[in-house]
Write a protein that binds this ligand. Structure first.
Ligand SMILES: [Zn+2]
Length: 158
């Protein structure tokens, strides 16, 4: 792993500060031009309408500047589209620890999708209900646990 890759991978999501953009699956590629040393970072935005992408771009440039690459370019690609499946196992564990219930993996094409219960991140109970489609940010929905009555954020699955 190059120092540029390490620097870019260490940038945290500005909304969910416990998880890095690498764990979230936003970071697609970090390339360093062998001749000029110029770094190009490729990212794929998560949820449309998330204002966090501008912050992420600025944070990547700042992290790379600290690592000795002051002229890094951040490219955004929309294809293939990001999905919640790209969140790494470690990322899902961190989300759970932070009280954000990780989205269930999107069923593979051809498989009849089952309605999966959203589990409470506090007590693990599947007895939960959606309170609002909009949680603390546009990317999260607000849910409440019927067992322990705790509200929690649930990342919308895509
Ligand atoms: Zn609960």
């Amino acid at each position: 792993m190059s120092d540029a890759r390490t620097a870019a991978a260490s940038v945290v999501d500005p909304e969910i500060r416990v998880i890095t953009i690498d764990e979230l699956g936003i970071l697609r590629a970090v390339e360093e031009d062998p001749a000029s040393g110029r770094v190009t970072v490729t990212i794929t935005p998560t949820y449309t309408g998330c204002p966090a992408m501008d912050v992420i771009r600025a944070d990547i440039r700042r992290a790379l500047a600290r690592a000795g690459h002051p002229d890094a370019e951040v490219r955004t690609v929309y294809s293939p589209p990001w999905s919640t499946d790209w969140i790494s196992e470690g990322g899902r564990a961190k989300l759970a620890t932070a009280g954000i219930s990780p989205p269930a993996p999107v069923p593979t094409a051809g498989v009849v999708p089952l309605t999966l219960a959203v589990r409470c991140p506090q007590c693990g109970s599947p007895e939960t209900e959606q309170v609002s489609r909009f949680g603390s940010t546009a990317c999260k929905a607000l849910w409440r646990c019927r067992s322990c009555a705790e509200p929690f954020d649930h990342l919308k699955a895509l």
